[in-house]
Design a protein around this ligand. Sequence first.
Ligand code: AMP
Length: 138
Amino acid sequence: MTAYDDQNIFAKILRGEIPSFKVYEDDDTMCFMDIMPRTDGHCLVIPKTPCRNVLDASDAQLAAVMATVKKVSNAAKAAFDAEGISLQQFNEAAGGQEVFHLHFHIHPRHSGVPMRPAGQMGDMDAIKGHAERISAQL
Ligand code: AMP
């Protein structure tokens, strides 16, 4: 398996080298908004320690990340009055992964409302407001 590269974008966010709209943080994990949101409230949960994805993550990293995924999912569901939550998680390029630091996508969902296409930059003011809405539920 390819080695972890500490120059990936999420490693830079963890080190504070590039900005993010932070939603939640504890000793082991962080959650911040996706800047190309496919749903309102689309956010990402990552471990603070390095691993590429599920395939090389330790059981402890996975346990910590999933606990935060559950916590933030419930907060996002409440913040957006959502009917459900979709989780996405990709492993290696062939699996759809683009940033090689383990992350889970959290998407608040409403019946009949499709996700937007990937790769479209969001409105930063709106994303900031969405982060605040989720944080307020935590
Ligand atoms: P993937 O690795 O396929 O799960 O996708 C990586 C995700 O990271 C995409 O949804 C991007 O929109 C998102 N992304 C890329 N750069 C940033 C950034 N600087 N801040 C927040 N999200 C980002």
